[in-house]
Write a protein that binds this ligand. Sequence first.
Ligand SMILES: Cc1cc2nc3c(=O)[nH]c(=O)nc-3n(C[C@H](O)[C@H](O)[C@H](O)COP(=O)(O)OP(=O)(O)OC[C@H]3O[C@@H](n4cnc5c(N)ncnc54)[C@H](O)[C@@H]3O)c2cc1C
Length: 356
Amino acid sequence: MTSQIKRIVVIGAGIMGASLAYHLARKGANVTVVDAEDIASGVTSRSFAWINTSPSESDPIAQLRGAAIEAYHQLETELPGLTVRWAGALSYSEMSSVASTGESSAPVADRLSRSQILDLEPNLRHPPESASYAPAEGALDPVAATHAFIAGAEAHGAKVLTRTPALGLAFQRAKVSGVETERGIIDADIVVVAAGTGIKKLTDRLEVSLPIEASPALLIRYKTQPNLVRTLISSPAMEVRQTADGVLLAAEDYLDDAVENQPKAIALRTAKAIQNELHGVTSIEPEWVGVGLRPMPADGIPIIGYLPKVAGVYVCAVHPGITLAALVGRLASEEIINGEISSALGPCRPDRFFPR
Ligand SMILES: Cc1cc2nc3c(=O)[nH]c(=O)nc-3n(C[C@H](O)[C@H](O)[C@H](O)COP(=O)(O)OP(=O)(O)OC[C@H]3O[C@@H](n4cnc5c(N)ncnc54)[C@H](O)[C@@H]3O)c2cc1C
């Protein structure tokens, strides 16, 4: 640990900025968090929030996914408000009914037969012949989790300024010296940019432009009967889970802006699909539906680390951000405060976009 206390401004109070702020403050940094709006007001509030650690084939972030669950378990012992519902996740594709192996064979997942699937999810009307089940996976309330991180950061002395957009960064001799806001410049030795889809605008201004798309997806909340779904189900027909208070959550792809694909129309279509997939759905009413804009790097791999060309600016643009928030917060804080370079973050470095 370095002896000098670092002044760090974290831009963004979504789950990523909040986790970073907590881990940095816990390590003794003097942390200020600024958010243009409120805590968890960005895409975090519209997340399905599955801690999905099953890597796809040759996944460059397999090592990060592999350590993501343990990072949350560790935090559950440290942060009183952070709770994860570890109910497991059942996944199958169209191939599952004809093939018994070969699809999504993540080491964290077991392969279940139809009767085992029905033991887990007795309300499934069309259980496949086989499915993959990741018993260790879970999901959380992303807004509550973000508040828990922020409360933890504040308990370690962090200051949180909401409704405070970062307008730009200030520099002295090519090194960052602060964050410009309407309240003036907040001095900083290091600035952590965790502003979700807002990262692009801030880095464009530094002429270190990062290819981050705002990638839309839909979250739908339904009022329906409790206990329809026990685990999290991801299938071709639906991606659903039920919260402890009975709300059924569904995630859907955003298609386009055609009338038939407006969020409300998709919510109604998805309700029919859910009724077709599950026994016992006597009523299902969309309570809320919204589009969230995910910060999606052009190559699909998170962007985590110091920017090239400008000193002292650390960026965190992460998808899947809920899955990785706990772990990335810890690893990034170890890099920033202790200078411990994480090999797991190796594939995520921003300089891959700036070949020399
Ligand atoms: C429908 C849907 C389902 C999803 N499902 C999953 C899932 O199952 N599992 C998973 O891991 N991920 C999932 N995601 C993705 C996940 O939600 C995101 O990766 C994650 O929430 C990103 O968090 P963030 O903190 O980086 O961004 P945000 O939550 O957007 O936070 C960024 C914050 O920065 C602030 N900001 C922006 N610009 C500025 C500025 N100039 N100054 C100050 N503040 C600024 C914003 O106000 C915002 O509060 C899903 C997303 C959607 C939409």
